[in-house]
Design a protein. Structure first.
Length: 152
């Protein structure tokens, strides 16, 4: 990581979209995560709006992702019941944001529902990853994933 400060979800929720973009560009990919990562939607608006959106998204739609690096894939935790669905391939590649290395979460060949979605993540803290969501080639959202057992 090229920045000196470790970020957690609370700090990310307080950041604007340009700040999140800058942090993503300044970060390294880190290791491919393993296990369950608690997801947080990051709108890049005011801290109150960000916190409300994050709570609503987690309670109603998306709770996070479960990574299986041995098989190079993940499943999203969706619905209020945390159902494991919407599979993606996981691999390292160049980021659409800046051309630097990132961890790609690729739904193109694994999901009918999300086949136009591509996520990119980079490590920004101890067990914390910042992600970009692309619909086609257009960035539409940011998110974070927090893992209890931190990995380098």
């Amino acid at each position: 990581m090229s920045h000196a400060t470790e970020f957690d979800t609370d700090r990310l929720l307080a950041m604007s979209r340009p700040e999140l973009d800058g942090l993503f560009r300044a970060s390294q990919p880190g290791g491919i995560p393993r296990g369950k990562g608690l997801g947080t939607v990051l709108l890049g608006r005011s801290p109150k709006v960000n916190a409300l959106a994050a709570v609503l998204a987690r309670r109603l739609a998306w709770q996070g992702k479960v990574f299986d690096p041995a098989h190079g894939e993940l499943r999203n935790l969706v619905t209020p019941f945390g159902i494991r669905a919407i599979r993606a391939r996981v691999y390292r590649n160049a980021s659409w944001s800046d051309g630097g290395e990132c961890i790609v979460l690729d739904y193109a060949h694994t999901s009918l529902v999300a086949h136009r979605i591509r996520d990119e993540i980079r490590r920004v803290g101890n067990g914390v990853y910042l992600g970009n969501v692309y619909w086609g080639r257009r960035k539409v959202l940011d998110f974070s994933l927090t893992f209890r057992e931190a990995r380098p």
